[in-house]
Design a protein around this ligand. Structure first.
Ligand SMILES: O=P(O)(O)OP(=O)(O)OP(=O)(O)OC[C@H]1O[C@@H](n2cnc3c(O)ncnc32)[C@H](O)[C@@H]1O
Length: 171
């Protein structure tokens, strides 16, 4: 099957590749630069989920793609602070899109305040950690868990939730 992931982000591609490889099918993965059609820094569960679904559904406009995956990061406000969130979507023609959310952690207040003021998490994390390209590497989750859970691993879990819900990979 020809499977698309709606991003050129290395952490997202690695997560998709790893889980599809684990399924053991003859799958080919195509990274496609898909628009999320939500804000650059999604600020709710709803918006982040919609971004993941939009990315997946965009990939299905490529006629040769059988299954499309969208992965999206964002944040959401809670009574206890601003949380990092991530969602995934798996879309197929003539089927309801499957959605799953990933692990979430509370962001430190100094990061939260910058995001509330309108900055995006990617550059804020580069500034905070002095590491380059955090969004494609360990991610904010990797930095705040001291490498215990990096962004690709967090997306791998979402990928498993998606492919697990789809079920039979021989059809
Ligand atoms: O290349 P794409 O697929 O767009 O990947 P992205 O990481 O830039 O885009 P997302 O839509 O997943 O995330 C929305 C914004 O939040 C940032 N972001 C989300 N999760 C992050 C993380 O774990 N570490 C750093 N930045 C993150 C990201 O850089 C974007 O500015």
């Amino acid at each position: 099957m020809k499977i698309a992931v709606g991003s050129k982000n290395a952490a997202k591609i690695k997560a998709a590749e790893t889980v599809l490889w684990d399924i053991g099918n003859q799958n080919e993965l195509f990274p496609i630069d898909a628009p999320s059609n939500v804000s650059g820094m999604p600020f709710s569960d709803e918006e982040t989920m919609t971004g993941a679904m939009n990315r997946a559904e965009f990939c299905l406009t490529h006629e040769d793609i059988d299954i499309a995956i969208g992965l999206e990061g964002g944040v959401t406000e809670t009574q206890h602070g601003l949380f990092l969130i991530n969602y995934g979507a798996l879309a197929e023609r003539d089927k309801e899109t499957i959605v799953a959310g990933g692990a979430r952690i509370k962001l430190p207040e100094e990061i939260a305040e910058r995001l509330r003021a309108g900055e995006e998490l990617g550059p804020v994390m580069e500034d905070y950690s002095k590491n380059k390209n955090v969004r494609s590497n360990e991610g904010a989750i990797g930095i705040f868990t001291h490498g215990m859970v990096n962004r690709d691993e967090m997306f791998m879990h979402i990928m498993k939730l998606l492919v697990g819900q789809r079920g039979d990979w021989h059809k």
